[in-house]
Design a protein around this ligand. Structure first.
Ligand SMILES: [Zn+2]
Length: 82
């Protein structure tokens, strides 16, 4: 699984930073809550990569292991279930 995309939040007081594999991502935040939001954004960004669609083979930006079809095929799949 894509555990490499996991980030962690480190800091204290009014300085919180998002880390990934020991590297700081972006600027420190002054509130833990803000760092949490930032961590979510980074996690999504880090797990995104180009994959080939399972249905048509087109390259598209996948945001995770459960996201394996391009937008056009996802639309088709939704339509087929109705
Ligand atoms: Zn497709």
């Amino acid at each position: 699984m894509a555990r490499s995309a996991e980030v962690e939040i480190r800091g204290s007081g009014s300085s919180w930073s998002v880390f990934h594999q020991g590297q700081q991502l972006g600027k420190p935040q002054n509130q833990y809550e803000k760092a949490c939001i930032s961590a979510g954004v980074w996690e999504r960004r880090l797990s995104a990569r180009d994959r080939a669609c399972l249905c048509c083979g087109a390259q598209f930006t996948s945001y995770g292991i459960g996201h394996r079809m391009c937008d056009a095929c996802r639309e088709d799949a939704r339509g087929a279930m109705v």
